[in-house]
Design a binder for this molecule. Structure first.
Ligand SMILES: Cc1cc2nc3c(=O)[nH]c(=O)nc-3n(C[C@H](O)[C@H](O)[C@H](O)COP(=O)(O)OP(=O)(O)OC[C@H]3O[C@@H](n4cnc5c(N)ncnc54)[C@H](O)[C@@H]3O)c2cc1C
Length: 433
């Protein structure tokens, strides 16, 4: 008989949705997430297009539901190491990395993070803010249990400090904690390992890392977010001034024969959202969106763009800028471009540039696809052999893939695919042998 349990790999919105669907059908779910908290990229977003709902307000209840569901076992800060067997009976080995904090004892009070004297750049804040060396990635993290970043911990590196241990009244700090191997047997597997951001510093013409007031869209999301490092205020990296004009550049590395050939799918819409939010925060601010061609294919997307133009002073310029330089007198970025509708070469000086860079399969996609014996497509996303009639089935029976790991897609599409993958897994497991 097929096992009535499922392994879900990746705790972003897609993995959470699949897990909840299957758990509510009565299946036992093991949800494995490699970072210290579930939530994925959606937890970094301020609002979501096209409704401008607060991303965390929608996501947090699902994260909590997943953590409290009696049929879901959360394995965060964990990675799948080995998968043997086949459909109906996969044998899985998962490495649960040492957090150096006892989950049973930790009360989530946060005093260890407050008292830790050491800080490093925060991955969650995209390098715009800092985190402590013992940390939870963000305040609503699930589970609300910190991890000690061993690489940067002064006690682990130099044998001195132990401040977190001294102040932890619950006695939860455990420097001797070891990684643990958890072994489970499951009937089906769902892969939802999501995406990463292409490094734009390789596209030298856009000045990222050289022109100070050029940032990426994910950095912008953190800046405009009330819980972000600037508490929702837009600040130019060079002088902290509030920008009065923004240029969003689309297809940075996407649809580019030198980098990634494919369309990253969500950038036309997230740039529109980001420009709307800028104007909501600062009604005098003017945004320009430099786009290749407008990909607004979802429900109410065209109306969203029309609203951006009419109500929020957003100007769309059909053009692919060739260069961003810096005005040495004031640090302003200057965008050089051809106005393709007018066939004119020109430039525009703005206060800040936001690069909408290509979105690529998450760094571990290759490794996890090898473990699961899955092939990748030309763009290194998970290969789906029959997109037409089996859009979430991989080539291995009993293994399904959903969300961004199989192709660029927005949150609603990821949720649809996640529910489809859960339904397919349930169907397979219900067949019996
Ligand atoms: C700047 C920006 C703004 C956006 N704005 C919007 C918006 O407003 N509206 C919208 O609909 N969409 C938006 N998107 C797209 C949205 O972020 C994605 O559609 C969504 O995050 C996809 O969810 P996912 O669960 O597939 O992937 P992810 O959110 O990437 O989650 C994947 C999870 O899997 C984990 N993981 C990866 N590898 C492994 C492994 N080997 N083992 C265990 N865990 C693993 C990751 O740590 C992560 O937690 C935006 C994207 C960007 C870049």
């Amino acid at each position: 008989m097929a096992k009535k349990s499922v392994l879900v790999i990746g705790g972003g919105i897609a993995g959470i949705q699949s897990s909840l669907d299957l758990a509510n059908m009565g299946f036992q779910v093991y949800l494995v997430e490699k970072t210290p908290s579930i939530g994925g990229r959606m937890s970094q977003l301020d609002k979501t297009f096209p409704t401008n709902d607060c991303a965390m307000c929608i996501l947090a209840p699902k994260m909590i539901e997943a953590s409290r569901h009696p049929n879901i076992k959360l394995l965060t800060y964990s990675e799948v190491e080995e998968v043997a067997g086949g459909f109906g009976k996969f044998k899985v080995k998962i490495r649960e990395k040492a957090r150096f904090v006892n989950e049973e004892k930790c009360t989530g009070c946060g005093i260890c993070q407050e008292k830790c004297p050491w800080k490093v750049a925060s991955e969650f804040e995209m390098g715009l803010g800092q985190r402590k060396v013992i940390y939870t990635p963000f305040p609503q993290a699930v589970p609300n249990v910190p991890v000690v970043d061993r690489e940067n911990c002064v006690y682990f590196q130099k044998g001195k400090c132990r401040a977190c241990e001294k102040f932890c009244e619950a006695g939860a700090i455990d420097y001797d904690q070891k990684d643990e191997i958890v072994e489970v047997e499951v009937g089906a597997i769902i892969l939802a390992s999501g995406f990463d951001l292409y490094d734009p510093s390789g596209l030298e013409e856009y000045g990222y890392g050289k022109v100070k007031n050029v940032i990426t869209a994910m950095q912008y999301e953190r800046m405009i977010s009330a819980s972000g490092p600037t508490e929702g205020h837009l600040k130019r990296p060079s002088d902290g001034a509030t920008p009065k004009s923004l240029a969003f550049i689309q297809c940075v590395g996407s649809r580019d024969t030198r980098h990634k050939l494919y369309c990253s799918s969500v950038c036309c819409m997230h740039a529109t959202k980001e420009a709307i939010l800028a104007n909501e925060h600062y009604p005098e601010l003017k945004s320009y969106i430099f786009y290749t061609d407008m990909r607004a294919v979802g429900k109410r997307f065209r109306e969203y763009i029309a609203r951006a133009e009419q109500e929020y002073k957003v100007t769309y310029i059909r053009s692919r800028p060739s260069e961003v330089t810096e005005n040495p007198d004031n640090g302003d970025p200057i965008v050089w471009y051809e106005e393709t509708t007018a066939r004119a070469r020109t430039s525009m000086e703005v206060d800040m540039v936001v690069l909408c860079q290509a979105l690529i399969p998450s760094a571990s996609t290759k490794e996890i696809s090898d473990i699961l014996h899955l092939s990748l497509n030309d763009y290194q996303f998970i290969n789906i052999p029959d997109r037409l009639f089996h859009p979430v089935d991989t080539e291995i029976p009993g293994i399904f893939a959903c969300g961004f790991c199989q192709e660029p897609q927005d949150i609603p599409d990821s949720v649809v695919q996640a529910s489809a993958a859960a339904a397919r897994a349930a169907e397979f497991m219900s067949k019996g042998d």
